[in-house]
Design a protein around this ligand. Structure first.
Ligand SMILES: [Zn+2]
Length: 100
């Protein structure tokens, strides 16, 4: 039992290391941190019939952002919701580069 074969990814949830938004891995992590957000986003995706939509409102286009100081760390955000979250919730996001 002394082998350390498991990757301890969950212990080091740094910026950019969260799974892509709306994947099953993302839902697992979001459920732990913000169950209501996971529920709302799940409903939005279900109604949109696609996963590349804004995590908050279901609008497109919605690129992937990594939160710099928010309670959960990756979201797809449309321009409106990005602005709202930064202005109203004082959260800061960074566009994830190199991925779509
Ligand atoms: Zn939105």
């Amino acid at each position: 039992m002394g082998k350390r074969s498991r990757k301890q990814k969950n212990l080091h949830r740094l910026h950019g290391q969260w799974p892509d938004p709306h994947t099953s891995a993302w839902f697992e992590q979001t459920l732990q941190h913000n169950p209501m957000a996971a529920f709302i986003t799940g409903s939005i995706i279900h109604h949109a019939g696609r996963t590349d939509v804004c995590s908050v409102c279901g609008d497109t286009p919605a690129p992937i952002y990594d939160a710099l100081d928010a309670p959960y760390q990756s979201l797809r955000l449309c321009a409106d919701c990005l602005g709202i979250r930064e202005a109203d919730y004082d959260e800061r996001y960074q566009l994830r580069s190199g991925r779509t």
